[in-house]
Ligand binder design. Sequence first.
Ligand SMILES: Nc1ncnc2c1ncn2[C@@H]1O[C@H](COP(=O)(O)OP(=O)(O)OP(=O)(O)O)[C@@H](O)[C@H]1O
Ligand SMILES: [Mg+2]
Length: 475
Amino acid sequence: MNGERRALPSWTTGLSSRLLVLTIFFVMLSEVLIYVPSIARFRMTFLDAQLNSAFLASLALKATPDYMVSAELEGELLKNADVHMIVLKRPEFRTLMLGEEMPPTIDATFDMRGAAPVGLIVDAFDALLRGDRVIRVVGHVPDGAGFIEVVMDEAPLRAAMLAYSVNILNLSIVISLLTASLVYLSLHILMVRPMRRITESMVAFRKAPEAGSSVIARSARGDEIGTAERELATMQGDLRAALKQKTRLAALGSAVSKINHDLRNILATAHLVSDRLSGSDDPEVRRVTPTLIGAIDRAIGLCTQTLNFGRAEESPPNRQPFMLAELIDDVAAHVGLPPDGRVRWCNEVRDDFAVDADREQLFRVLLNLGRNAVEAMRAPGEVRIRAGTDGADVAVEVADTGPGLPEKSKENLFQPFAGSARAGGIGLGLVIARELVQAHGGDLALAKSDAGGTTFRIHLPGAAAPVAVPARQAG
Ligand SMILES: Nc1ncnc2c1ncn2[C@@H]1O[C@H](COP(=O)(O)OP(=O)(O)OP(=O)(O)O)[C@@H](O)[C@H]1O
Ligand SMILES: [Mg+2]
């Protein structure tokens, strides 16, 4: 249950909701970047308009001969322009001035003629933060001759700027919600939904890999999601096929093991009975009995070997130092050297060469390699066993002068049941030998195979016996 929740995230933790939040954030951020210069521009426009209406008010003075108006008209003109004082300076005539009787003290002066953009931005935020000062603003007159100054309250400017900011904020919220929803929807359709389909298929496949329904349907999309879907479908198909094959092999394996087990018991009985035949009075019976016993022995050996392989794991090696040459002599007695002596067994390992390994397992390794070599040799030849050390590692080579590995065996080397190219061979000998060597941390590899013979090399790391074990008794 818990695992499922993790596999399929809810909408709060999912990809689309994260993208929704991110989009809102980014749109708001870009709105802020737009807002900063635009609020400065808004203030500039406001002040320009203020200077303009002050200029128009000051023109009334020109209609009088002495550039003076009544106090009443002066008050009206100032009120209309919403300022405390207007000063117009023209090069051709004297300064014109309109002002209240008791003008307030000025807190700050701003010269709009050639103000730098950064300065305008700073001033705008200053106005937003303080906003209740009396300010003097200096600017160009509309016709370009002279300049105009006004003294005014900052409060109306600030109120207008705040209203403008609230408008921008509202607009930003609407734009970001709209954009985010569009991004959310398109991502949901383009990515999240197909991703969810892929995840669901993975979960279904994990739960029931054998079921055909758990394989994802391939889509025709040409993008990355399409590739992911196709790859997943291929992987699921391959895995399902491999699983089926493995299951079939496992079933076969356990059936073979059971048959083998009972067959071995039956053969043991046959062995007992044939033993008695060797005491028969009939010379013909006595003559064939050894062959019969040999065949039964081989059959029992075969059953045992297959059973051993069927076991999931060999017991771990029980390492003990022993003399390798002695072991090789033991192996020679079991490899089935032809009685006519056409195959020579050459044990070239020094008598005092000790190795630290599982003696029983190494016996089985050498027996398999030796028997393969002897079985392969039709013409007279020899099997040579050599050993050497490389630091703490031991290498043992089994080399024969046989015909070399047949093609089929070379291609399927170390593959259970597949590598045998010999009548009566099961194709397990090399597999078992390699597993035993690998259990020692080493490896078994084909060193050479051509018409001049075959050599297998066993590599046993750290198997050089550190202590000298008693030398072998001669004979
Ligand atoms: N020294 C060798 N010279 C030539 N061919 C060899 C040699 N060793 C192995 N082979 C080939 O490799 C095949 C696989 O050997 P492997 O020991 O795994 O199986 P097998 O001998 O056929 O059966 P078993 O499981 O009874 O040993 C053999 O059938 C044989 O054809
Ligand atoms: Mg073999």
